[in-house]
Design a protein. Structure first.
Length: 178
């Protein structure tokens, strides 16, 4: 089967996990090292430069340096960072899962525990102005609805007769019905 990442001549390494791999994986599990530190150490132990790794993975040297500094902000989403860590680990013949687990702890640290709040603590003096303002607004709204209702129940005022310019009242005949 073809190796997906060609190795330059003279780059013969034993395949399979070694004692170094186990020690690196243990350091990751203990939380002593980030995935970038493990990758950097392994790259250096294999005498590979950042440029060599960048060429083999088809990325920029800046991205390799960022990952080795545990700076995963350059990736658009966590799935891209995890995939890159897998490819980098395969290149360096490191176990992938401990690196991914270390990345998850680094990228998504455990949130602080939630504080329990009792109902008694929620009803404090700070909330009284809000409560009184709400009560006053409800009373005002009810008063406005009451005034509107009362005005709608009153009979309309009788129309007044038109006046002439000299103060006399003009009396008009009733309208004719057809």
């Amino acid at each position: 089967m073809n190796d997906p990442m060609p190795k330059p001549p003279g780059d013969e390494r034993p395949s399979g996990p070694s004692d170094t791999d186990d020690a690196l994986a243990q350091g990751l599990l203990d939380g002593e090292q980030g995935p970038g530190e493990v990758l950097r150490r392994q790259r250096e132990s294999l005498a590979l430069s950042v440029k060599d790794v960048a060429l083999r993975l088809g990325v920029s040297s800046d991205l390799i340096r960022a990952v080795e500094a545990d700076d995963f902000e350059r990736f658009a989403a966590p799935i891209y960072a995890r995939n890159f860590l897998r490819r980098y680990a395969q290149l360096l013949e490191l176990p992938e899962e401990p690196l991914i687990a270390a990345y998850e702890r680094l990228a998504h640290p455990e949130p602080p525990p939630l504080k329990r709040v009792s109902l008694r603590e929620q009803a404090t003096v700070r909330h009284r102005p809000v409560r009184w303002t709400t009560i006053l607004l409800v009373i005002l709204l009810l008063a406005l609805v009451g005034v509107w209702w009362w005005s709608m129940s009153q009979p309309p005022p009788a129309p007044s007769a038109p006046e002439t310019g000299d103060g006399a009242t003009l009396i008009l005949p009733p309208p004719e019905t057809p």
